[in-house]
Design a protein around this ligand. Structure first.
Ligand code: 1GP
Length: 243
């Protein structure tokens, strides 16, 4: 296992560079349109995240392999569960859902992952994952059976983020849920950013350049966008945003 992706996130963000990850959900991604898809994502994309709350077994691996054939952008797994771990990616966001109180997503999936990770050379990046109310019932809420933290409860979001850092997370990810009506408020991003010393990821419901810039200005180091690019070109057979 190397740590080059995380080292480069640290070095870029320490210089004030803003990073952009595009999220691909293997469950809805059309492999035949991989090239077309990669052509229309922003030129400034620094990372590709691959994952979803529930993904058919094997689809993550075929999706990652196909993307890898067509781009040199680092691919990080963003898995909903242990079944989505594949050695074909470059790295793994090793998530713990700190906003929730379901042991399955706090530690049990992580323990189950270790036998796979032992045999892999994925770069593992410990990530404190914090689900925030984005105005809809997100797939994360449904699958994890945990409640998001209300955006009115900024202090709890800050305290959860700081606790995540103290527990050893290398990244904090504020997640409003894919297809959120309301992204994480800039004031919450700023409040968290002020109190942590590790890079901050923000995603969920960010669809426009304006929303992306607001997140950056508030202190997000890396913004994640998924649905915005799914809708443009690639996905079919599902409604506008993922449930
Ligand atoms: C979801 O944060 C990501 O896990 C991206 O959300 O699909 O709403 O961009 P969107």
């Amino acid at each position: 296992m190397t740590n080059s992706i995380y080292q480069s996130i640290l070095s870029e963000t320490s210089k004030g560079k803003k990073l952009l990850a595009i999220l691909i959900d293997p469950d809805v991604f059309q492999l035949a349109k991989t090239v077309e898809y990669l052509d229309q994502i922003p030129k400034e994309t620094t990372h590709i995240f691959v994952g979803g709350s529930t993904v058919e077994i094997g689809k993550t691996e075929t999706t990652v392999s196909e993307i890898k054939k067509n781009t040199s952008i680092p691919i990080l797994l963003f898995p909903g569960d242990v079944s989505q771990i594949t050695n074909k990616a470059d790295g793994l966001l090793f998530l713990s859902l700190f906003s929730g109180r379901n042991p399955e997503y706090l530690i049990e999936q992580q323990v189950k992952a270790v036998s796979k990770l032992r045999k892999s050379n994925l770069e593992v990046i410990s990530t404190g994952y914090i689900l925030i109310d984005g105005g809809t019932i997100s797939a994360v809420e449904r699958v994890s059976k945990t409640k998001p933290i209300s955006q009115k409860n900024s202090q709890e979001i800050v305290d959860t983020s700081v606790a995540g850092e103290l527990l050893g997370s290398n990244l904090i990810y504020l997640e409003a849920g894919s297809g959120a009506k309301v992204p994480v408020h800039p004031e919450i991003i700023s409040a968290v950013k002020k109190e942590i010393n590790i890079p901050l990821i923000v995603g969920g419901g960010i669809k426009t350049e304006k929303q992306k810039q607001e997140a950056y200005q508030a202190g997000a180091d890396l913004v994640v966008m998924g649905t915005a690019f799914e809708n443009k070109i690639i996905m079919s057979g599902r409604a506008q945003s993922r449930p």
